[in-house]
Design a protein around this ligand. Structure first.
Ligand code: ARG
Length: 490
């Protein structure tokens, strides 16, 4: 035993017994992952506790040894939490090495016993899976908050029409709330994708050893249960090679970022002078160092811009994994930095987007004015002729003629005379000219999923229910999860 502090101990290379010479300094720095995988320490402690108990069950550790090991783990964890500067100065290769050598420092030879029958290959996969399960739940909670922000705007602005667009061209009138709920649907799917990623991470590799399994007969199911996993991995070799759960998580992050980026693009456009649909909140805008009048949508632009690195992290890991042989390869250490960074960015993007959506004011007059241009009712006009018995293709052509005539006369088609219209088709009656309005156009889209007010109202209620259920689910999940700071069950 030594009384040197953890961080000051001479580098003791893991598995160093077979080496005669010290590692090259530059290579040593190159291969260390501690600077970023220290984030896994709370999970490492949790796995160590579960492993100590598993070793007791198979007679490798006595009850007293387990007790001493658990006390030592707790005091190391407390020491590190109390003074994280230990971590800064550490020469540990990675998080596993740090705890391993700290245990030996605390317990002497007993500290070496904990690593019986296990490998860092399974430890890193287990820690990383636990991290992703927690991370997915925390982003689900954030998505829930974001959905509430969208819902609130959909409720506040209920009844405001807007010009729905395809190809960025005015198409048909819809409710602004319908537009907002379209975004909410995409983010709801992201909640499901995060769940898929969490489920794919939810299998415990411990007992897989370096690749072949465990020869001491540890109870893998008990370890998994202890750590809050709902199942064990099926094949020891696959368990140390598999990073599909990380790809699933990165894909879910890319989905969120892509959806945020689309929303951001629309807010940037809507805030332009040409559109003037939204008034940017001061709290989420910046000025220009040169032009005094400027209020720029930087929050949305940065959200749009940061999406690149999230997608990049997914492509990075896919590229790292391509062509890797089965089994643990050191390349796999490259799985963490990009994923941690992508998670942090998405968390920040969601927080800012939630604030910015909440603080945005919609300009109902501008939205209504754009939606009231009669060209947006041209499809409804064609539908009028269909109701008179005309095949749609012919109705489409006739309304085309009406629009051409209106253009020739330099007025909106709704101001053509009945006489002019009758020249195009005798089917036109006075009620044709009375009919078109934003409200009637919107009201006719009354199928489920359509933009008619009663449909949008029930969509709001449905989404509200979904968000409430999500929050209840997350609460029960939290009760069974580890506290990410301490690695303890709450
Ligand atoms: N630090 C490594 C990683 O992040 C885990 C250690 C396994 N290393 C090894 N040489 N077997 O993947």
């Amino acid at each position: 035993m030594t009384d040197q502090p953890i961080a000051a101990r001479k580098d003791d290379r893991l598995g160093g017994g077979r080496f005669e010479r010290e590692p090259d300094k530059a290579f040593d720095a190159f291969q260390r992952s501690f600077s970023f995988d220290r984030r896994l320490l709370p999970y490492e402690f949790a796995v160590d506790r579960a492993w100590a108990k598993a070793l007791q069950k198979v007679g490798i550790l006595t009850e007293i040894e387990v007790r001493d090991t658990l006390i030592a783990l707790q005091s190391i964890s407390d020491e590190l939490n109390a003074d994280p500067t230990f971590l800064e100065g550490s020469t540990a290769e990675d998080a596993h090495h740090l705890v391993d050598s700290a245990l030996v420092h605390e317990l002497g030879a007993l500290g070496w016993k904990l690593h019986t029958g296990r490998s860092r290959n399974e430890l890193v996969a287990t820690d990383f899976r636990l991290f992703i399960m927690d991370a997915a739940a925390s982003l689900q909670r954030q998505l829930g908050e974001f959905l509430i922000a969208i819902l609130e705007q959909a409720k506040t602005n209920f009844g405001v029409p807007m010009a729905g667009m395809t190809h960025m061209q005015h198409a048909q009138p819809i409710l602004l709330s319908h537009f907002l709920l379209a975004h909410a649907e995409a983010f709801s799917r992201d909640v499901t994708r995060l769940q898929h990623a969490a489920d794919s991470a939810d299998a415990c590799p411990m007992g897989s050893g370096a690749l072949a399994g465990n020869s001491f007969g540890v109870d893998r199911n008990a370890i998994a249960r202890d750590l809050g996993f709902s199942r064990i991995t099926a094949n020891s070799l696959d368990a140390v090679s598999d990073r599909d759960f990380a790809l699933d998580y990165l894909f879910a992050l890319t989905g969120i970022a892509t959806h945020l980026s689309r929303l951001a693009e629309e807010f940037v456009i809507f805030a332009s002078q040409e559109f003037g649909y939204v008034i940017l909140p001061d709290e989420y805008s910046t000025g220009s160092s040169l032009m005094p009048q400027k209020k720029n949508p930087d929050a949305w632009e940065l959200i749009r811009g940061k999406t690149g690195r999230i997608t990049g992290a997914l492509l990075g890991l896919l590229t790292t994994l391509k062509g890797l042989p089965t089994g643990y390869q050191r390349d796999l250490q490259e799985d963490k930095e990009g994923l941690f960074a992508a998670h942090d960015q998405v968390a920040a993007m969601l927080a800012i987007a939630t604030g910015a959506v909440t603080a945005t004011k919609f300009n109902a007059d501008r939205l209504r004015a754009a939606a009231s241009n009669p060209v947006l009712f041209a499809t409804d006009a064609a539908d009028y002729l269909v109701h008179k018995g005309l095949p749609f293709r012919q109705a489409h052509d006739l309304i085309g003629e009406v629009l051409r005539e209106a253009e020739r006369q330099g007025k909106p088609w709704s101001q053509l005379s009945l006489e002019d219209l009758k020249k195009i088709s005798p089917l036109f009656e006075q009620d044709f000219l009375a009919a078109p309005s934003v409200e009637t156009s919107i009201a006719t889209k009354a199928v489920p999923g359509g933009t008619a007010p009663e449909q949008v109202r029930s969509a709001i209620a449905e989404l509200q229910k979904r968000v409430t259920n999500l929050h209840t689910d997350l609460k029960t999940k939290l009760n069974t999860k580890l506290n990410p700071k301490t690695g303890e069950k709450p």
